[in-house]
Design a protein around this ligand. Structure first.
Ligand code: ADP
Length: 219
């Protein structure tokens, strides 16, 4: 029997040129299937961050098409983008981009709060996210005072509290200690077993087998 799998994200001949004229991506076509664990591998400057931002709908391709769940991403369609924001979460390489509140708690509940969830559910999600990242003790701390590993865990908690189906992670293990790295790998794989699609951009070949079943090489 033939089993057809649905792609959750698909790129067709995507190119991206930054406003200053730098070409970051040229003619990329790929499909990511639901519940896959994929690594985007390439050296610094290969276009990995740009690719993740295109998959997240933050950047629109200069050329080509991007589909999410079978529909072409249309940044002008507010309903569609709202749905995407709930279903796709991007963990940026630099946690400082994502942590902007005066406490870790406010950052972690920012997503659920703006999804209009009931107060009780916002709190439940915030507490759950802090617990699985083991950062309950950092709840009331200002994010800028945290170590890099703590910031990374707070950033991931702020994405997981939205409970997205697709997790996009940009070099999640940069500048963090081995023990935090191992905790994050275990957590991500648990998320994957629970049905999430995991897309991790990295320049580090050694971590690929720990977080992916398929590799897309960018160079
Ligand atoms: P990677 O994540 O693989 O290191 P990036 O997507 O960050 O690669 O960068 C791809 C290319 O685009 C590089 O040549 C980089 O210098 C360039 N680039 C990235 N961000 C910008 C920007 N905001 N403006 C201009 N060029 C950029």
């Amino acid at each position: 029997m033939k089993i057809l799998r649905h792609s959750i994200i698909e790129l067709e001949e995507v190119s991206y040129i930054y406003p200053n004229g730098t070409t970051a991506l040229r003619g990329i076509s790929l499909k990511i299937y639901e519940k896959e664990r994929v690594a985007i591998l390439g050296p610094n400057g290969a276009g990995k961050s740009t690719l993740l931002m295109i998959m997240d709908g933050i950047l629109s391709p200069t050329e080509g098409k991007v589909y999410f769940s079978g529909r072409e991403i249309d940044v002008k369609d507010d309903d569609f983008m709202y749905e995407m924001r709930r279903r796709v979460g991007l963990v940026f390489q630099d946690p400082d981009v994502a942590l902007f509140s005066s406490t870790v708690w406010d950052d972690v509940i920012f997503g659920p709060l703006h999804m209009g969830l009931p107060k009780e559910e916002v709190r439940r999600r915030g507490e759950w996210a802090l617990k699985i990242l083991e950062i309950e003790h950092l709840k009331d701390r200002p994010p800028f005072q945290l170590s890099e590993g703590e910031k990374k865990r707070a950033e991931i908690a702020a994405v997981l509290s939205i409970d997205p189906e697709v997790l996009l992670l940009d070099e999640p293990f940069m500048n963090i200690d081995v023990s935090t790295q191992q905790k994050i790998i275990t957590l991500l794989n648990e998320m994957s077993r629970n049905g999430k699609t995991l897309i991790t951009a990295t320049h580090d070949v050694d971590i690929v087998p720990l977080i992916a079943d398929r590799v897309i090489v960018l160079n």
